[in-house]
Design a binder for this molecule. Structure first.
Ligand SMILES: [Zn+2]
Length: 309
């Protein structure tokens, strides 16, 4: 493919104007060849979980639809943490009920068949593991756990939810009663981190969880917030995986944040082929040797069918 491709610009999370390749490069057959060579590392983003009812932060045009709470805001005040936990208390219940979809199952099947060595995911929903994937590196942590920022105590999110229920009798009922004014926010406003939009009056009545060990209200979900760094050990391990991979396959990520994009860049630097299957244009498109802008599910269905013995 040597013809010149149209280059457009789009504004992404970093507020920098980036060139984006918007045309496909290569075909499904090329993708099948790449995957069948094995040694694959999958890098997955929010787009792989939208079919499970967990919405993307970004619309198909790559622009941000909701503004997540930042690390600075969360650590900056008790009020912000109360707001986070009140919204998360509601949102997590739906989040926790989400089940893997065919995309997660395809990735798991590719691992079992020996094509995929590891999955690096930007998601915090645990759905790769729920689908049976064994080697999963959670770049942004997991909503399954919470950690105290004061003393380091780790608690399961399920136990935390139980404590919040006890500390906030009737909260769900008050949320449901307000439902007619907030419309269908339960279903439509849940965010990839389990957070939702919630009225101020409800937030003000919420008792945020306190650490069982030190008593501080500094309990934080064990996920990487916007404005927070991915732990260095995880980054280093991910770089090692990418550098030794046969290829890097990006599924359902716009690569808008550097925490994911840097692995695409590293792959390109060390000569590891990059394939991208994502509905929208991505920041890594210029680095990819195969890119297919199409819905994930039918593409992975076709890939799975082509690889069947
Ligand atoms: Zn503590």
């Amino acid at each position: 493919m040597s013809e010149s491709r149209p280059v457009v610009t789009a504004r992404l999370a970093t507020s920098r104007v980036l060139p984006l390749e918007t045309t496909d490069l290569g075909t499904l057959d090329d993708l099948v060849d790449l995957v069948s060579a094995g040694g694959l590392v999958v890098l997955s983003g929010a787009g792989i979980s939208t079919d499970s009812g967990i919405p993307d932060y970004r619309g198909p045009d790559g622009t941000r639809r909701v503004e997540p709470m930042t690390y600075g805001q969360f650590t900056g005040s008790s009020e912000a943490r109360r707001r986070y936990w009140a919204r998360s208390y509601i949102g997590w219940q739906r989040f926790n009920a989400a089940r893997p979809n065919s995309n997660h199952r395809h990735v798991s099947a590719l691992e079992q068949a020996g094509y995929v060595d590891a999955v690096i995911t930007q998601n915090v929903d645990g759905l790769h593991q729920a689908a049976g994937s064994q080697d999963v590196l959670e770049l942004h942590g997991s909503l399954d756990r919470a950690v105290c920022l004061t003393c380091g105590e780790v608690a399961s999110r399920a136990s935390l939810h139980e404590r919040m229920t006890q500390a906030n009798p009737g909260f769900m009922e008050r949320f449901a009663a307000a439902g007619h004014t907030v419309g269908s926010q339960w279903g439509e406003q849940v965010r990839p981190d389990g957070d939702i939009v919630l009225a101020d009056e409800l937030v003000a009545s919420f008792h945020a969880p306190r650490c069982l060990v030190c008593g501080h209200d500094s309990v934080k979900p064990d996920v990487v917030f916007f404005g927070e760094s991915v732990p260095k050990t995880l980054v280093d391990e991910s770089f090692r995986l990418v550098e030794s991979a046969g290829a890097l396959l990006v599924l359902g990520s716009s690569l808008a944040v550097m925490s994911g994009y840097r692995f695409v860049r590293r792959a390109r630097q060390v000569g590891v082929p990059v394939a991208i299957v994502t509905q929208s244009a991505t920041r890594g498109d210029a680095d990819a040797s195969i890119r297919i802008h199409a819905p994930l599910a039918p593409t992975l269905d076709a890939l799975g069918a082509a690889l069947e013995p």
